[in-house]
Design a protein around this ligand. Structure first.
Ligand SMILES: C[S@@+](CC[C@H](N)C(=O)[O-])C[C@H]1O[C@@H](n2cnc3c(N)ncnc32)[C@H](O)[C@@H]1O
Length: 242
């Protein structure tokens, strides 16, 4: 079994059959011997922790480019909370690349924030906010859950930096959008299945975090935490076959 974990971030699997792939700036720093040495001087607090915790077991690759694998060569491809970070124009070529590298009958597991669920949560909260002033104070969170990550320009890691350091980091790595942190689109079970079907994937199935056609899925620890809870709340899980 060979499984690609695309846009893995910090959620990697150490199992030998998994190839974890991302382009995080931290990886880029870690790969370069000079930058690796000066990184602890440039980074502070949360940033330094992320730099230290990033696994060396990650292949650096920009997912907007063709995947560096031959046709029909992998058994399963998984990506979680990645598709919505790609421009709409880049999403289809990305999904077609996945189809190219999957073997016939191979499994493609897509996890995205569930736009339907987020909208339902928002609409339900309108009624609670009207009835209860304490809930009204929290209402903004429900709007933010849908839109904040699309409009944010400030990268997570520069939020608490002093201005000069923030300026330098933004010069090197760009803002949140250039770093691929922002959402470029959102998907629900209708639109995601329609997109995957249009591109030629077959037998779409809505799953849950701990249900998959990938054998022994829960032992990978990708969609679940060690205590068995979901790794990412408010997610939509769809599987299709090549
Ligand atoms: C929200 S994080 C999700 C990380 C992980 N899959 C998870 O579920 O926790 C999105 C990840 O996609 C990666 N990413 C976004 N655009 C990318 C691109 N063009 N090439 C490679 N990785 C990308 C980011 O670096 C980031 O690690």
């Amino acid at each position: 079994m060979k499984l690609l974990n695309l846009g893995c971030g910090a959620r990697t699997s150490a199992r030998p059959e998994v190839i974890n792939i991302d382009w995080s700036p931290y990886l880029w720093l870690k790969r370069n011997p000079l930058l690796r040495r000066i990184a602890p001087l440039l980074l502070r607090g949360e940033q330094l922790q992320r730099f230290k915790s990033i696994s060396p077991n990650i292949m650096v690759h920009d997912l907007r480019k063709p995947l560096p694998f031959p046709n029909d060569s992998v058994d399963a491809v998984y990506h979680s909370h990645v598709l919505e970070h790609l421009d709409r124009a880049a999403a289809e070529p990305f999904l077609l690349e996945i189809k190219r590298v999957l073997r016939p009958g191979g499994i493609h597991r897509v996890v995205v924030p569930d736009f339907e669920l987020l909208c339902r949560n928002y609409l339900n909260h309108i009624e609670r906010a009207e009835a209860d002033p304490a809930e009204a104070e929290r209402h903004e969170q429900y709007i933010a859950a849908i839109i904040e990550q699309s409009v944010r320009r400030e990268a997570f890691s520069t939020r608490n930096l002093p201005p000069a350091r923030k300026w330098l980091m933004n010069k090197i790595f760009g803002d949140a959008r250039r770093r691929g942190e922002t959402h470029q689109w959102m998907y629900d079970r209708i639109s995601l299945v329609a997109l995957l079907t249009k591109l030629g994937f077959r037998e779409p199935r809505i799953c849950s975090f701990n249900v998959s056609a990938i054998p022994d899925w829960n032992s990978y620890g990708l969609d679940s935490n060690p205590d068995g809870t979901p790794a990412k709340k408010n997610s939509l899980y769809v599987e299709v076959l090549k």
